[in-house]
Design a protein around this ligand. Sequence first.
Ligand code: PBG
Length: 323
Amino acid sequence: MFPVHRPRRLRANSAIRSMMQETTISPNNFIYPMFVKEGLNGKHEISSMPGCYQESVAEAVKTAQEVYSLGIGGIILFGIPEHLDDLATSAYNANGIVQQAIRAIKNKVPELYVITDVCLCEYTTYGHCGVVSGENILNDLSLDLLSKEAVSHAEAGADMVAPSDMMDGRIGAIRAALDSNRYGDVPIMSYAVKYASAFYGPFRDAAESTPKFGDRKTYQMDPANRREALREAALDMEEGADIIMVKPALPYLDIIRDLKERFAIPLAAYNVSGEYSLVHAGARMGWLDYERVMMEMLVSIKRAGADVIITYFAKDAAKVLNR
Ligand code: PBG
């Protein structure tokens, strides 16, 4: 082959390199996660996630304006309520923190696409994603509460709901509840393939949702499993998911690729808190170039097959891309 073939010819300068670039990312591929906290004045930086904040509704509105002006595709809202109980009642209270935030954001930035995380872990005393009885997480009872939560978010004006609880049958239950409440046009982005991952560590500081006992392994997936991802995705598609998600992203690029090849449904990847924090930590140590590592991560996730990326890097990456 050599010397006839010299791949370096097409890498000689930035003009030809950019012409040959196979994967591109753009701010409209990103969804920015936000944490709204009830009873908070102003904002509070999450120590394990530099640059990310728990925010009051008023602060969240300002952030939403910034996100919109950067051309970012949308936001996903997480709520931290003042009141916790066994049935997660704050999750489906019409005046709950997420419901308030949706209304305030839609009022000031009506064109920003607002997605809500639908889960019980931030709202229950035990910090599990479903209702607890003894040491068990009750699947079917949780479906009713998750459905009420999704309908309540839609009522407040959410554009899309994203259930992250990993209870069996929740996509079907939520679809039916939305449809029978006249929200047939509200799409569902399912956290279909969600692994029981140590990379969620910093998020649990952000959302104050660390389980009070046990772990999430009876509902989230074993990181060793690949075929199970296909089954989970297929089930959620049958139940009516509009978009399916793989989470985390970077340690599961093979899974993203598998789903992309197998299914013709839009695919999201969640570049989770731990993936964000480790880049910040490395950069603070002076061991990594923050900006380059961030962009390389995001392009890898897109190259693997993700159509949209939920990422705490959204604002920083959008600024790089908008330069
Ligand atoms: C739970 C939920 C989690 C994340 C999103 N929704 C955490 C968990 O399952 O413990 C993690 C996101 C991240 O780490 O950035 N409802």
